[in-house]
Design a protein around this ligand. Structure first.
Ligand code: DXP
Ligand SMILES: NCC(=O)COP(=O)(O)O
Length: 242
């Protein structure tokens, strides 16, 4: 079974737009679990433009399923994760000014740094995952670092799948990920995946990536929720206005 962890960054983006507490991030997280999601993911960024560090702390007592915190392991992030002790920490090499995550780790160049960080988190009972591109060499090195899992960075799959005009092109879009998953399994790593996954592309991905333990989905899932909820809410307003 592949678990669905819902990334709630966009709920915080919406809340922050008005400076108040609507929507209430904690209530939304709880409801998402109530609706069946098997995890909650957040990605606090240094500028706190969506998830705030205090949100990460407050969610600890709210999330009853799997709590996954993603981010670049600078000192502030490491301290936060060690304080909150989520189920899983996902290490992402994103630049301070990045609009969104845009690359996986180079596990060869950053070997010693990642080994150190992974070992700190594991000593504190926190499962680790390293965000990577679908490359065998990178994944083999991730295993040597000692991480429990990798998260496959799926932007390239989502982009190619959206432009695929035939079944063959769809298979071409996923083939590096199929191979990456086989390598990860061979070297004993658990496999997560995320970035730009959506209702359109998730089934094909799941069907072609063996041993996929978990996907974290945020941007598309929140957009889809708005769209599929819009007609319902408009009608609720119309009923009140009649
Ligand atoms: C790690 C990753 O792929 C992300 O998708 C990320 O968590 C999304 O972050 P933003 O919501 O800031 O774009
Ligand atoms: N780890 C990926 C994630 O949490 C959500 O990414 P996206 O669906 O917002 O692109």
């Amino acid at each position: 079974m592949t678990k669905l962890s819902v990334n709630i960054n966009k709920i915080a983006t919406l809340r922050n737009a008005r400076g108040g507490n609507m929507p209430n991030l904690l209530t939304v997280a709880s409801d998402i679990e109530e609706f069946g999601a098997q995890g909650i993911t957040i990605h606090p960024r240094p500028d706190e433009r969506h998830i705030r560090y205090n949100d990460a702390r407050a969610l600890k007592s709210i999330v009853k399923t799997e709590y996954n915190i993603e981010g670049n392991p600078n000192k502030k992030f490491i301290d936060l994760v060690l304080e909150v002790k989520p189920t899983q920490v996902t290490l992402v090499p994103d630049a301070v000014d990045a609009i969104t995550s845009n690359a996986g780790w180079d596990t060869i160049k950053n070997f010693d740094f990642l080994k150190d960080v992974v070992s700190t988190f594991k000593q504190n009972g926190i499962r680790t995952s390293i965000f990577v591109d679908p490359s065998s060499e990178i994944i083999e090195n991730a295993a040597k670092i000692g991480t429990d899992r990798i998260e496959l960075y799926t932007e390239s799959y989502a982009h190619s799948f959206a432009h695929a005009k035939s079944e063959i092109e769809k298979y071409n879009a996923v083939k590096l990920f199929t191979e990456a998953a086989k390598t990860a399994t061979k070297v004993g790593l658990g496999i997560n995946a995320g970035h730009d996954l959506s209702l359109d592309n998730i089934k094909f991905f799941k069907d072609n990536v063996p041993n996929l333990l978990e996907v974290s989905i945020g941007h598309a899932l929140i957009c889809e929720s708005l769209y599929f909820g819009l007609e319902n809410v408009i009608n609720m307003y119309l009923n009140k206005l009649n």
